[in-house]
Write a protein that binds this ligand. Structure first.
Ligand code: NOJ
Length: 553
């Protein structure tokens, strides 16, 4: 056998449908593994840890932005879409990482940030150096200020991170930014912008990338060719496809163009939309003529509650069937309080995701957090998730059962959401702290040096070293469950089983693979079958509260 053939055999099979039920592991690269001891994670660090990813048993990696960036928003402020941040490595390091992942049978999804560039992008520098009405300014959203000398913003709009959404440039004009002022929004009505992003998609596809995660996919298309409404008027407008800023129907014209690019490759490149839209509008993004799949954040926003889970699962499987896509499930990512913490907080004012932020705002008092209960519930929820039809998106560190890091001194915080909203938003740094790999060491094995966000002392007990090979650890649970999942994964369907209890959910996949979750506190007698794995110890054949078990019926 020639070397080329040997390599070809190691690459993932050219299966057009690999993404439909993939377990995708999100890597936030600056916080995963640091190979050169500078305190910042890098691409070689990921390459070094491919054996860990193999043992974990995931199908694909989703890599958050690794592009050159001033980190005004954790890398979602991109200076150059077709390059690697020198602190993270080089394009050659990227190729080595991609080959290592592929050789291990793991696919790679990269993050594309098309709504805005950074203010250091060459286009934006050119726009600032060019006069009003120039072609360079036409790539962004510039407007004249209000008032006789343009000293007032064109509208009173607020940015998503707090503070004004319009920034003056000193000549009477202002530019629009949904997010931080270092993230000017692009003008997607401009054909040059569209062409450049198609070039970026081909650039990474040519390098072997298997798919893309599309940041703020519901924000690109905007209709500002009208008298600008006030923020109050904007808030009152329906989000039915005609809103001037969000989830416009015409955004799908862009994704139809992208689909043509994805389909130039074999297998076709995939994409998943980050689109915070009403559930009944999600299918548009997941259409096979567009991006193909969309994140479903419904479980992430739900309480640990059987009724909510059942309704959300049934509704989303129905949506997936309608769109022809598969559904996605998410509990944690780099934008939200980790689910092991959310589930340990007392219910307060509705949605679980919000409870976490409120707790952080109160300084993360330990007296309000039942970390043990939170982790127990998180493990039960994840085991349920991994048995569902569709893709599961996992976030680095959840396989260790990490809690949110609540106490980070203000001087060491990085998230613009914290700085732009004093006292209102504690930001997202607490879920972005570098991973603990070993029990000891200057950064718990993250690297030979320090850590760009401070790691707490309790990380030692959650390190890979502390958990690997330990029966009952969260890492062992994830490894066992992911291995079983790839063996058991079957047709994308399930049927609910009658449990006789409102707080116990059970469902069966077509091959008899059965998952039972007890959301309550009273033990539940498991149905007949071989127990394959459980999120916590079983008590004489019954499932205790806040636990999930898989059975082969
Ligand atoms: C969504 C990303 O997940 C988030 O981290 C980022 O701040 C915003 N989009 C803006 O790019």
């Amino acid at each position: 056998m020639t070397d080329t053939l040997a390599e070809a055999r190691l690459l993932p099979t050219p299966d057009e449908t690999w993404w439909r039920q993939a377990a995708v592991y999100q890597i936030y690269p600056r916080s995963f593994a640091d190979s050169n001891g500078d305190g910042v994670g890098d691409l070689s660090g990921i390459t070094d840890r491919v054996p860990y990813l193999v043992e974990l048993g995931i199908d694909a990696v989703w890599l958050s932005p690794f592009y050159p960036s001033a980190l005004a928003d954790g890398g979602y402020d991109v200076d150059d879409y077709r390059n690697v941040d020198p602190r993270l490595g080089t394009l050659a390091d990227f190729d080595v990482m991609t080959q290592a992942l592929h050789a291990a049978g793991i696919r790679l999804i990269v993050d594309i940030v098309p709504n805005h560039t950074s203010d250091r992008h060459e286009w934006f520098r050119e726009a600032l150096a060019s006069p009003k009405g120039s072609a360079a300014r036409e790539r962004y959203i510039f407007r004249d200020g209000a008032g006789p000398d343009g000293a007032e913003p064109p509208a009173d709009w607020e940015s998503t991170f707090g503070g004004p959404a319009w920034e003056p440039v000193g000549d009477g004009q202002w530019y629009f930014h949904f997010f931080a002022k270092e993230q000017p929004d692009l003008n997607w009505n401009n054909p040059e912008v569209r062409a450049d992003f198609r070039r970026t998609l081909r650039f990474w596809s040519d390098r072997g990338v298997d798919g893309f995660r599309i940041d703020v996919a519901h924000g690109l298309a905007k209709d500002l060719g009208r008298t600008l409404p006030t923020q109050a008027e904007l808030d009152a407008l329906p989000k039915d496809g005609s809103h001037p800023l969000w989830d416009r129907d015409d955004v799908h014209e862009i994704y139809a163009e992208w689909r043509a690019v994805f389909n130039e490759y074999a297998p076709a490149r995939t994409a998943v939309a980050e689109a915070w839209v009403a559930s009944d509008r999600r299918a548009r993004y997941a259409s096979a003529d567009g991006l193909g799949q969309a994140f479903n954040f419904d479980l992430l926003e739900a309480d640990f509650d059987a009724g909510q889970f059942r309704d959300i699962i049934a509704f989303n499987l129905g949506l997936a069937a309608e769109s022809g896509s598969s559904t996605t499930w998410v509990f944690s990512n780099h934008d939200v309080v980790r689910h092991a913490t959310r589930y340990g907080l007392p219910p307060r004012n509705g949605a679980a995701a919000k409870q976490g932020s409120q707790w952080l705002l109160r300084g993360g008092p330990a007296s309000e957090l039942d970390a043990e209960l939170g982790l127990r519930r998180a493990r039960a929820a994840t085991l349920l998730e991994l048995a569902l039809p569709g893709s599961a998106y996992l976030y680095q560190g959840e396989e260790l059962g990490l809690q949110e890091v609540a106490h980070i001194p203000a001087a060491e915080r990085q998230d613009p959401a914290f700085f732009r909203n004093p006292g209102v938003d504690m930001g997202r740094d607490g879920c972005r702290v570098p991973l603990p790999w070993t029990r000891t060491g200057p950064s718990y094995g993250f690297g030979a040096g320090g850590s760009h966000l401070p790691q707490p002392a309790w990380f030692t007990g959650y390190s890979v070293e502390a958990e690997a090979g330990v029966a009952g650890s969260t890492l062992s649970l994830y490894r066992t469950a992911l291995a079983l999942r790839s063996r058991l994964q079957a047709a994308e369907s399930m049927e609910w089983l009658e449990t006789g209890r409102a707080d116990v959910l059970a469902f069966r996949r077509p091959n008899g693979w059965t998952s039972v979750t007890n959301f309550g506190t009273e033990a539940f007698t498991l149905p007949a079958g071989e127990v394959l794995v459980s999120s916590t110890g079983l008590e004489a054949g019954s499932l205790p509260g806040a636990a999930t078990a898989w059975l082969q019926a």
